[in-house]
Write a protein that binds this ligand. Structure first.
Ligand code: 6PG
Length: 483
């Protein structure tokens, strides 16, 4: 038994993680359900490395040092449970199972508990960064049984991406499914960032008629400043890519988006926890709307948009307004994502390290950006920060840029270009900063038709009143049950 870790699942992420671990001096044993893939991998990508192949799970486990570390890189869902069942009989108390797929956090909650009862330490970890990240430095977000962390820390932090000062983009996230929860929110934010970039693209393309080459220049320029991030960088590259006929590839790609579910899970969790994570919600729905291509083709024939609206007159000013709108909306999206994390931490009794999460996302992952350094700084300044929007850096930007943000959206609305993520961000901003919202009327209506009761501004909070609005209703009010 000489191997440091065993990995099951040699799809692209699994293979690349194994090669990454090997580069960092760890001896890895590998197994794959379709066993021929093990031999192919050893003969090909893993040739000349110290990676060891196993042709059964039993053999894989026999190759491992104690406590044994078995990492699963298989499809999320039932496959993970099946694999755990196959591995379990060969393990002993104190051994560690790591699930590195995009698993639903409630599954990881369940697995942590069920395996702890058997003496096995479970880790559910987010791994972000796609193929490149897995190979050369992903962001790794581990949660689960805290007793397992000291046994995997060295491997994980060695293979993780590093920020400028060498700090790894990997730290312990929290108990049970906390790692997968944080990865889920990462993916939700990824959906939001992608949607914001798509809306900026649409505004520039349809609002001012920019070509892909011009868009390449605009995004490349944006990537040098506040918006510096992986997603802006690849967007610039995408605009420059030509198809075989020399024409821009972007113009030939069908406009129907796919999704595998992590964005939807984030929105569902936000609804469950009562947190207004509106931008990610809109990003998920925008993908759904895009998928209704046939219906949209039909609708485009009968539903008209505005006519006779002039394009923005000052091109450079409009580009800058859109850039600022994107930056402000991004701040709102991250503030919302962090609100969700804060609430999930409370609800699940996870002691989430908010600044640490920003650091884990600072490099390696899909949402990596200069901006995440600012979030880390905000939490370094104030560990108990209630909301990112209350940090002086972030409210400073919003105060300074909001006029541009509003101007960009006035154009969008006048031109009939849909900007659901930009507009929901602004609506959230205007709602969050409003001391008195119209929910007084809402409460009056609920009390009017259903005797749902209301609180009064001149009475202590938590004291509920019912009015017999019409003189016809009785004096009995409904309970103050809240969903
Ligand atoms: C990552 C990515 C990766 C994947 C997501 C989103 O962090 O490396 O988030 O996990 O891109 O699952 O996929 P969909 O857009 O298909 O839902």
């Amino acid at each position: 038994a000489s191997c440091d870790i065993g990995l099951i699942g040699l799809a692209v992420m699994g293979q690349n993680l194994v090669l990454n671990m090997n580069d960092h001096g760890f001896k890895v044993a590998v197994f794959n359900r379709t066993v021929s893939k093990v031999d192919d991998f050893l003969a090909d990508e893993a040739k000349g490395t110290q990676i060891v192949g196993a042709h059964s799970i039993e053999e894989l486990v026999r190759l491992l040092k104690r406590p044994r570390r078995v990492m699963l890189m298989v499809k999320a869902g039932d496959t993970v449970d099946q694999m755990i069942d196959h591995v379990l009989p060969h393990l002993e108390a104190g051994d560690i199972i790591i699930d590195g797929g995009n698993s639903l956090f409630t599954d990881s909650n369940r697995r942590t508990k069920a395996l702890a009862e058997k003496g096995i330490l479970f880790i559910g970890t987010g791994v972000s960064g796609g193929e490149e990240g897995a190979r050369f430095g992903p962001s790794i977000m581990p949660g689960g049984n805290p007793a397992a962390w000291p046994h995997v820390k060295d491997i994980f932090q060695a293979i993780a991406a590093k920020v400028d000062d060498g700090t790894p983009c990997c730290d312990w996230v929290g108990e049970d499914g906390a790692g997968h929860y944080v990865k889920m929110v990462h993916n939700g934010i990824e959906y939001g960032d992608i949607q914001l970039i798509c809306e900026a693209y649409d505004l520039l393309k349809r609002g001012l008629g920019f070509t892909p080459d011009e868009l390449h220049d605009i995004f490349a320029e944006w990537n040098k400043g506040e918006l510096d991030s992986f997603l802006i960088e690849i967007t610039a590259e995408i605009f420059a890519k030509k198809d075989e006929d020399g024409k821009p590839l972007i113009d030939k790609i069908l406009d129907t988006a796919g999704q595998k579910g992590t964005g939807k899970w984030t929105a569902i969790s936000a609804l469950d926890l009562g947190q207004p994570v509106t931008l990610i919600g809109e990003a998920v729905f925008a993908r759904c709307l895009s998928a209704l291509k046939d219906e949209r083709i039909e609708a485009s024939k009968v539903l008209t948009g505005p006519s006779g609206v002039a394009a923005p007159s000052d091109r450079d000013a409009f580009i800058e307004d859109v850039r600022r709108a994107l930056y402000c909306s991004k701040i709102i999206s991250y503030a919302q994502g962090y609100m969700l994390l804060r609430e999930a931490g409370k609800e699940n009794h996870w002691n989430l390290n908010m600044g640490g999460i920003a650091l884990m996302w600072r490099g390696g992952c899909i949402i990596r950006s200069r901006f995440l350094g600012k979030i880390k700084e905000a939490y370094d300044k104030n560990h108990a920060l209630d909301n990112l929007l209350l940090d002086n850096f972030f409210f400073g930007v919003l105060n300074q840029y909001q006029a541009s943000w509003r101007k960009a959206l006035v154009h969008a609305i006048e031109l009939g270009i849909p900007t659901p993520a930009f507009t929901t961000a602004l609506a959230f901003y205007d709602g969050y900063r409003t001391e008195r919202l119209p929910a007084n009327l809402l409460q009056a209506q609920r009390d009017f038709f259903g005797a749902h009761t209301y609180e009064r501004i001149d009475q202590p909070r938590g004291k509920f009143f019912h009015t017999n609005w019409t003189g016809r209703g009785g004096r009995v009010s409904s309970t103050t049950y809240n969903a």
